[in-house]
Design a protein around this ligand. Structure first.
Ligand code: FES
Length: 182
């Protein structure tokens, strides 16, 4: 083979290699770029939707729910279950909630949420046999007064539900921070 032919063959190899390199580089650019774009879009789309469309925001205001006849409420807290309808974006659910409801000395009705303010276990009235006039938590021994004031372990009082009485029935509404525990 002449020198010229050898040189041409070598030049063709180099061009083919360069072509291969380019396509590999292009492939990586497209792949990484496409993946990055997809991830960014996945994160941004829901954020933008929630920012611009208030209809998709989680429902924060609770409706009133009829729970029990008022005549059944006594001085001693008792547990009552009730269901609420929840709308969170496209997701709807009907979770069952619990309220411990009792009558105060002044005749007002108090409904407490039994979620322990320590780490979220469920407390119950007279939960600790040694303290039958308190709420007790089975997990780490938190105790609360009848009004929900934290006595030990937990730092904050039990949350309470808004309450209203209508036509002989007790309704519970929005859950909020305790306003009666002193
Ligand atoms: S969760 Fe109730 S005491 Fe810890």
């Amino acid at each position: 083979m002449s020198d010229n032919k050898t040189h041409e063959a070598h030049g063709s190899d180099v061009r083919q290699k360069a072509k291969k390199e380019m396509s590999r580089r292009q492939f990586l650019t497209y792949t990484l770029g496409g993946t990055g774009g997809f991830l960014a879009a996945t994160m941004l789309v829901p954020m933008v939707r929630f920012a611009v469309d208030p209809v998709l925001q989680p429902k924060v205001k609770a409706d009133w729910v009829k729970v029990v006849e008022e005549s059944k409420i006594t001085d001693t807290p008792a547990s009552f279950k009730f269901q609420i309808h929840q709308v969170d974006g496209w997701y709807e659910s009907d979770p069952e909630l619990e309220a411990w409801i009792s009558k105060e000395a002044d005749g007002s009705i108090l409904a407490l949420n039994p979620t322990c303010k320590h780490l979220g276990c469920t407390v119950k009235w007279a939960g600790n046999p040694e303290h039958k006039d308190q709420y007790g938590c089975p997990c780490h021994g938190a105790q609360y007064t009848k009004e929900g004031k934290a006595l030990r372990v937990a730092k904050l009082p039990l949350d309470q539900y808004s309450v209203k009485s209508e036509n002989g029935f007790i309704y519970v509404g929005q859950l909020h921070a305790n306003e009666v525990a002193k």
